[in-house]
Design a protein around this ligand. Structure first.
Ligand code: SAH
Length: 222
């Protein structure tokens, strides 16, 4: 487990409040100890405005500005578990850095994270925040994630945190053989499904996992 600032809070951000989030994740079926430890280790309340910090450990998504949200703890844990539980990941491409919470969890569990965000101010804030938390195994790019990050490909894992209507071809192209991609697919908010793609020697295996609700995957930079 990599070092993070020791950020013991008081009141709603206390150790007990964080521990309740972990208990809830276990009740929801997250069983991997390394995922639970990573979630325990990352101070979620530091990824949002002070006004919302008291709600940081509730099982809900919360606003992070620019109409975007920090993903709910369960979905962060679930996607991370599906990505890293069965194989060692040397490099993971994350599309949708947002506030950087999912990035920080992933960085505890894989060798290196490449994280792409289309909104410049979120990209910069996340970069600074993770630096302050002493997380060094991440590179950040301000770009439209629909293009992936071809210079660093192929990736053992790709995790997409916004929902496109279909899987972008560039992301399929940038998967390593044996690599895994987790991506929410759907046209409307609330009627998306989480899909897992595995690249084989000869093509791609695509499996639908569970209904999810993500913000839309948008093209262009902002
Ligand atoms: N895991 C993040 C989720 C943030 S919400 C967190 O917990 O904070 C999804 C993010 O995806 C938003 O910040 C949004 O701006 C970004 N996004 C949407 N479409 C994108 C695209 N095409 N390329 C890069 N980022 C995108």
């Amino acid at each position: 487990m990599r070092a993070l600032l020791q950020t013991e809070g008081i009141g709603m951000t206390s150790r007990r409040t964080r521990e309740r989030m972990i208990d809830r994740l276990i009740e929801q079926g997250i069983s991997s100890h390394k995922i639970l430890d990573a979630m325990r280790n990352v101070p979620r309340h530091l990824f949002m405005d002070d006004a919302l910090a008291s709600r940081a450990y509730e099982d809900t998504s919360l606003p992070i500005g620019h109409g975007q949200t920090i993903s709910q703890p369960y979905i962060v844990a679930k996607m991370t578990e599906l990505l890293v539980d069965h194989q060692h990941m040397k490099n993971v491409l994350e599309i949708g850095t947002g506030c950087g919470y999912q990035t920080a969890v992933l960085a505890q569990l894989v060798d290196y994270v490449y994280s792409v965000e289309r909104i410049e101010s979120l990209h910069k804030q996340a970069k600074n925040r993770l630096w302050d938390l002493h997380i060094r195994n991440v590179s950040y790019l301000h770009s439209d994630g629909g293009w992936g990050w071809p210079e660093k490909a192929p990736y053992d894992g790709i995790l997409v945190a916004a929902a496109p209507p279909e899987i972008p071809q560039a992301l399929l192209d940038q998967m390593a053989v044996g690599g895994i991609m987790l991506i929410p697919i759907g046209k409307e908010r609330g009627v998306q499904e989480l899909q897992r793609v595995i690249r084989t020697e000869t093509g791609y295996e695509i499996e639908s996992l569970e209904p999810v609700s993500f913000v839309p995957f948008l093209s262009g930079k902002q």
